[in-house]
Design a protein around this ligand. Structure first.
Ligand SMILES: NC(=O)c1ccc[n+]([C@@H]2O[C@H](COP(=O)([O-])OP(=O)(O)OC[C@H]3O[C@@H](n4cnc5c(N)ncnc54)[C@H](O)[C@@H]3O)[C@@H](O)[C@H]2O)c1
Length: 329
């Protein structure tokens, strides 16, 4: 009989891809979210609209489930998570505490929790040329206000549920996932999608607005690597948090250049220093992941961003905001 998986946040970016991945592997999948997927219908066998801030809904979601992949969260790009601390933190505390309790009561075999690189201390990320962050760097803590504090708290709560109730928890700290079917407009989009949209909307040689001075650094992981990593971590025997990200660090200006190249456009960058840019530098140290799983993300930024750019461009064309792009290849 096929295993039964619950994917929370199945109406969101990573959850949508993970549902497909698990269905392809032969799982029976229940997807849960407060909203339906925005751009393409889900491949889940069952999809329920449930608000997971309520414990009764979490109990319903976990019923009859073998493996929980918990991705639901109130989140967005740097503009969003730096603007609304109280709401994000309290929503996520409710979702995460109720989900852990419900999964524990349902006696699920595995519980995957999606944490974030935002749990790492600001004092280790104050220069662009940063030392990649190791898992042990999380303490002493100085995470991102709101969103990061809540993720760190929930990592601890996962550990306590393992110690006190034997729940088999698995935790990944994602570093910037991107790809098709991610939000690209409206305020919750992240840098790769926002820049792709801006580049798609201009004529060759025009200006785009870039947040900050463009010298802030990050690493970016393509969605196929992200879902593969989630699955491998969940099936592993490692219950402490693991980084899941690319360890190729680029500046935001370099990110713009790679996207402009994928678009075949020359872009002039207008830096806006009044916009939030988050920590100055951040990169993932993958040595623990590679040691323990003999695997790490491998899709190059050039490959991943070219696919993502084409998808966003075709979305904008379908919305009538640009003319239909010429077919490539
Ligand atoms: N995308 C990244 O780069 C990244 C980085 C670090 C961590 N993460 C974490 O990975 C997970 C998935 O992220 P994503 O990029 O797919 O985000 P997303 O916003 O696309 O998906 C999250 C989903 O959770 C749903 N949700 C929010 N509140 C809910 C509620 N009360 N009940 C039920 N569903 C609710 C949203 O509707 C959304 O569809 C999140 O936990 C996020 O914090 C993502």
């Amino acid at each position: 009989m096929s295993k039964r998986a619950l994917v929370t946040g199945a109406g969101g970016f990573i959850g949508h891809h993970l549902v497909k991945y698990l269905v392809d592997r032969g799982y029976w999948v229940r997807g849960v979210d407060v909203k339906e997927p925005e751009y393409e219908w889900t491949s889940a066998h069952e999809f329920e609209l449930l608000d997971l801030r309520r414990r009764d809904n979490c109990l319903v979601a976990c019923q009859g489930i073998d493996e929980v992949y918990h991705l639901a969260a109130d989140m967005g790009g740097i503009g969003y998570i730096t603007a609304v601390h109280a709401e994000i933190t309290s929503n996520n505390v409710l979702i995460n505490t109720h989900m852990l309790e419900a999964a524990s009561r349902a006696k699920v075999e595995r519980y995957f929790y999606s944490s974030s690189a935002c749990i790492y201390p600001a004092y280790l990320q104050d220069s662009a040329d940063i030392t990649p962050l190791k898992e042990a760097d999380a303490m002493p803590a100085e995470p991102e206000e709101g969103y990061g504090w809540e993720k760190l708290f929930t990592e601890k709560l996962c550990q306590y549920y393992k110690e006190d109730h034997g729940l088999e928890v698995r935790i990944a700290r994602f570093h910037n996932a991107y790809g098709p079917f991610g939000t690209y407009d409206g305020g919750k989009e992240k840098a790769p999608a926002a820049i792709s949209r801006k580049v798609a909307l201009i004529q060759d040689g025009d200006d785009i607005e870039v947040w900050g001075d463009g010298q802030q650094t990050r690493s970016f992981m393509y969605i196929d690597d992200c879902v593969e990593g989630i699955y491998r971590i969940t099936q592993s025997s490692v219950s402490e948090p693991l980084n899941l990200g690319s360890d190729r660090m680029v500046t935001v200006d370099e990110l713009v250049d790679i996207i402009a190249n994928a678009a075949g456009k020359t872009v002039r960058k207008q830096h806006d220093l009044t916009k939030p840019q988050g920590v100055r530098g951040r990169n993932s140290d993958n040595s623990k992941l590679a040691d323990l799983l003999s695997w790490e993300p491998s899709v190059t930024l050039e490959e991943g961003l070219a696919i993502t750019y084409r998808w966003i461009e075709s979305q904008l064309a379908a919305e009538g905001r640009i003319s239909q792009p010429a077919k490539v290849g």
